[in-house]
Design a protein around this ligand. Sequence first.
Ligand code: PMV
Length: 327
Amino acid sequence: MITATAHPNIALAKYWGKRNEELNLPAVGSISITLDSLSSITSVQFINSDKRDIFYLNGKLAEESEQIKITNFLNNFRKLSGFKSFVEVKTENNFPTSAGLASSASGFAALTKAADSLFSLNLSDRELSQIARLGSGSASRSIFGGFTEWHKGITDDGSDCYAEQIAAEGHFPLSVIIAVTSNKSKKISSRTGMKNSAQTSPFYETFVKSSENDIIKLRKAILERDFSTLAEISMSSTIKMHSVMMTTEPPLFYWNSKTFEIIELIRNLHFQKVPVFFSIDAGPQVKIITPKGEENYVLKKLETVNQIEKIFVCSLGKGAEIIEGKF
Ligand code: PMV
């Protein structure tokens, strides 16, 4: 048995929309930070079944649609290695699954790392990011720790579409406070949501065009440890992506009243020159980013918002790694 772990990542320059559905090639590049304390732990082993793979998620046999997703994903490893065996996959997340906390990113990154070892492929991290992408686009970024860029590439076969590390976790220490405003799973998958956005949102093309400049500015801000530019570009990317989501038919409205309340609090702090900004993905949770050491001040301010379901405080973390079995 082989066990790997990986962590969710939060995009600062957001990915929303594909240029190729089948290969999961994104319409835009993206830049993210990988977290430390939230984890997916995935164990894999070959099984003596002539019928199928088996996937357990958080201790329970996963739904049929999830089983199919995992089998399709493992087919990539069977194809590359020539081994036909079926696999038992067990994934445990220590945080809510499918609630806008990037559990698919950490889950597929951990599975990619574990399956690479199980099928004795020894692929490079770049190649792992390309396989992880087939499970979930954002999983390509969780292969790496610290600050990661996922290149959209331009080739039809996706050979130039991969993730790579911009800087390690210690380069620019940040704290990430995650305010969970609802534990409910999302109703519409990112895959369907993105497709609808590309077809119906009048703002989609503008988002795609403007993301190129965001990527250039963010990369530079990370390398120069320029928190103020990091904050401006990240918040702008979040707001642009959610404008696209909200103007999609049918609308993708992920925020609830708590989400708004926290956005207002963080924006006020930002205007008062407190080094802090927010980021939100396909769910109602608010991720609040500060330079390391400033998080307690922001946590104190957050106490004024009632009924936040849960708060996680993370630092930047490492990429996917094997924790048990063949290294
Ligand atoms: O690759 P997916 O299906 O996890 O989509 C991720 C999309 C967002 O989280 C909303 C943005 C991003 O870049 O992570």
